[in-house]
Design a protein around this ligand. Structure first.
Ligand code: ADP
Ligand code: G3P
Length: 498
């Protein structure tokens, strides 16, 4: 029996393949950055072919680094950026359009119609989500309405819709399997959270032909085998799970009430709510954490669209830093009370505001404002947004006094301390910032029988160096209040040219 497995983490910023041994220790890993394209204001696209090629090349590189062959790999697990929408031809595998990324706002007007017509509560009740362009259904509807002949081809059963997990599965299996997992399905706005299946009424509401949809499977199950010619030997694919749900598991949050926050491209705070769908009164999302043997575990989620992506903006558009890690020493040259404030609504604001049309603002600039202040403002904006989420959760009766954190930004100590200070709680980074990949790897290992039950993840999870708040509660409150005044002002600003 082979002694290793590989987790693929296809994120918004990069693709990764990580080789694990039976104890789920990292043996080797490979990573490739992915390009994002912004063809119009508020639009965000990626090339599905690049996503696919990066995954294949990461798997090959990781195998090479580990001096292993595909025959040594017992299973593959997949975790992925969620909601991003791909539509491809069944026969050729050719995509009809670039992938529409979760951050894309092009369907904002269409979503507004659901709010205006009073249909949003129906969406909320069935899916746990809101009428927001974030989710896949309105992106898919846009594709069917705007790509020439797409609707006719869809009706003739010639096209496949999928989120990134589903698209990768299709490619890995050589076009043999069109499936998704319950956690990814729960992010489409087409999935009935209680019935754990596609919802006919929603398909009609969004005019989505059902023949487009993948079948839905448990998060740990046999999804298919990679085609033998890809890596030399067919490898079973034994897990698929959306990246934030994977991180919840990878952070060993298997009991109701346990929570984590992942700081990658965006930031996602997720609380395990157990077997019950908890309904937020403060615009947090109810979602499916994982489904095993048909049994769903649910979660409550706060989603922020710009976390590490704000750091990328500093690097790629402003050029004030050369690499993400530069933000750490630059920010440390400034201080929390600086006048500069960045509200990173580059693609609207997510939870708890849900304002797709609002755009980013940089406030409080002086003649002295420079790279240190911009870096501090960018990192602080993520801490302030996290505090907004924690406050919404508290209002829903969920008190988080200690936060497990992971994701690319959590290597930044200045950011972690700012998070602890602004949110006034203990921050507990995972020893391995790749909790996402670990979650997917664990599910595959569970399916292989290397572990016997879900809670065995705690044998694998390790805490890193914890940070406690050093700022006084009064000062934190003043800063939080200033942030909230700034956001409130931005929300009432009308920037349209009349
Ligand atoms: N040292 C750092 N300080 C601040 N941000 C960082 C640092 N290193 C990486 N990042 C940010 O983390 C993000 C990548 O994290 P990752 O978890 O790999 O994201 P994803 O899963 O979305 O691809 C990038 O947006 C990058 O800007
Ligand atoms: O790319 P990430 O890790 O920020 O995750 C993206 C989320 O899955 C979007 O919902």
């Amino acid at each position: 029996m082979p002694d290793y497995l590989i987790a693929i983490d296809q994120g918004t910023t990069s693709s990764r393949a990580i080789v694990y041994n039976r104890q789920l220790e990292v043996v080797a890993q490979a990573q490739q950055e992915i390009s994002l394209h912004y063809p119009k204001p508020g639009w965000v696209e990626q090339d599905p072919e690049q996503l696919w090629q990066s995954v294949v090349s990461c798997i090959r590189q990781a195998l090479e680094q580990a001096t292993l062959s595909a025959a040594d790999i017992a299973a593959l697990g997949i975790t992925n950026q969620r909601e991003t929408t791909v539509l491809w031809h069944k026969d050729s595998g050719h995509c009809v359009y670039p992938a529409i990324v979760w951050q894309d706002r092009r369907s904002a007007d269409y979503c507004q119609q659901f709010k205006t017509s009073g249909q949003e509560p129906l969406l909320q009740q069935k899916t746990g989500l809101l009428a927001d362009p974030y989710f896949s259904a309105t992106k898919l509807r846009w594709l069917l309405d705007h790509v020439p002949d797409a609707r006719q081809q869809a009706q003739r059963g010639e096209l496949c819709f999928g989120t990134v997990d589903s698209y990768l599965l299709w490619r890995l299996t050589g076009g043999k399997v069109h499936a998704t997992d319950a956690s990814n399905a729960s992010r489409t706005l087409l999935f009935n959270l209680q019935q754990q299946d596609w919802d006919d009424e929603l398909l009609t509401l969004f005019s989505i032909p059902p023949q487009l949809l993948p079948s839905i499977k448990d998060n740990a199950s046999l999804f298919g085998h990679t085609s033998a010619e890809l890596f030399g030997t067919a490898i079973p694919i034994l897990s698929m799970i959306g990246d934030q749900q994977a991180a919840l598991l990878g952070q060993a949050c298997t009991e109701p009430g346990m929570s984590k926050s992942t700081y990658g491209t965006g930031c996602f705070t997720v609380v395990n709510t157990g077997k019950k769908v908890l309904r937020s009164q403060h615009k947090l999302l109810s979602t499916l954490a994982w489904q095993l043997n048909g049994q769903a575990t649910y979660a409550l989620e706060g989603s922020i669209f710009m976390a590490g992506a704000t750091v990328q903006w500093l690097r790629d558009k402003l050029g004030v830093i050369q690499k993400a890690s530069d933000t750490e020493h630059l920010a440390s040259q400034s201080y929390y009370q600086q006048s500069e404030l960045l509200i990173p609504a580059f693609t609207g604001l997510g939870a708890p505001y849900w304002q797709p049309e609002v755009r980013a603002a940089l406030l409080g600039m002086t003649r002295d404002s420079g790279a240190p202040q911009l870096c501090a403002a960018a990192l602080l904006s993520v801490a302030y947004q996290s505090q907004d989420l924690l406050k919404a959760m508290q209002s829903d009766g969920i008190n988080i006094s200690q936060l497990r954190v992971d994701g690319g930004m959590t290597v930044n100590q200045w950011f972690l301390q700012a998070l602890a200070d602004i949110c006034q709680l203990r921050v507990e980074p995972a020893a391995n910032s790749d909790a996402t990949a670990l979650g997917a790897a664990f599910l595959a290992a569970l399916q292989l029988g290397w572990f016997t039950k879900l809670t065995d993840i705690s044998q694998v999870w390790r805490a890193g160096q914890r940070l406690s708040p050093q700022l006084s509660n009064d000062s934190a409150q003043q800063l939080q209040q200033r942030w909230q005044r700034a956001v409130s002002s931005l929300l009432v600003l009308d920037l349209a040219i009349h």
